[in-house]
Design a protein around this ligand. Sequence first.
Ligand SMILES: [Zn+2]
Length: 350
Amino acid sequence: MTVSQRVDALMEARLVTESGEGDATGGRRPSRLVFDVNHSAVAVATVNTAHSQVAVTDLQGRILASDTVNVPIVSGPERVLSALSAAMTRLLQDAGVEISRLCGAGISVPGPIDPQTHRPSQPPIMPGWDGYPIADHLSEAFPVPIFVENDADAMALGEQSTAYQNSSSVCLVKVSTGIGAGLVINGAVYHGIDGGAGDIGHIRLAGENALCQCGSRGCLAAVASGRAIAMKLTERGIQANSGRDVRDLLVSGQVDAIALTHEAGQRIGEVMATVISMVNPGVLVLSGDLASTSLIGGLRETLYPRSLSRATRNLDIRLSTLGDEAGLIGMTRIVADSLFSANAINARLG
Ligand SMILES: [Zn+2]
């Protein structure tokens, strides 16, 4: 009776819906209940250095409407977030979603997020964003719970919940203008106690002295990021400013871009050998503008010889198949997992 009362309450709140009949185990054929992913909608955004993606999704992460906003991150939080708010408002109209059906919003940024304040914490490639109250800014237009996450963490969760649901540990490395990594353990993002977990871009490489955007020298990001490759290409007379520019050159088969991306993969593989030995994940996903056969080839060349076979024999190294959508899907998961957790539902239903 307790169960049926609970089910009735969930049905009444339209949180679950019937989905045909289940398998009979003797007696009356049971009806199958599923979480109603159309119960409400989520507005999500992923901020990159040169542009941002915005989407309205159902609770499963299915994209109902999406758009690109071309305001660079160096314009500062006020301008970027105002442009995102305006785009989200337009998309809700396009998708025919009333603002009252919006249950939450999520935004990912390419920098570390303080787990206490949920604000950017000394982000090296986001000038003007340190400590900025992103959620407060967005809540002016959207009076719903707002979640802020690191981009690689959101992408790792998006990949894990879509393609690698059976893996208990998924690691994602995003190589775009900068370099970051996200770790999903037992279905949840591992942030570390200060939100610093996965910030592999600023691990120092032996024998390197290139100046990094964080102020240190010899960081992985100063040597192997899209920004670093763009600078090396420019020195060779090939115009490039960002990870996106390097990606365009890779797609067009430009030989210098391919060779430099292969080398970047080797340097990233050196760092990842340490990470793999520490974590022993089941899946390593390469994502971002530089994710390519050149990058994965270089990474394999250094990662395998520098790791014990026990740490790599069941390691599945893959290029992302979701691309930019991984972050949008991951942000939806973060919003939905929090707002529809067992504790949250218990509190709501009383
Ligand atoms: Zn650095």
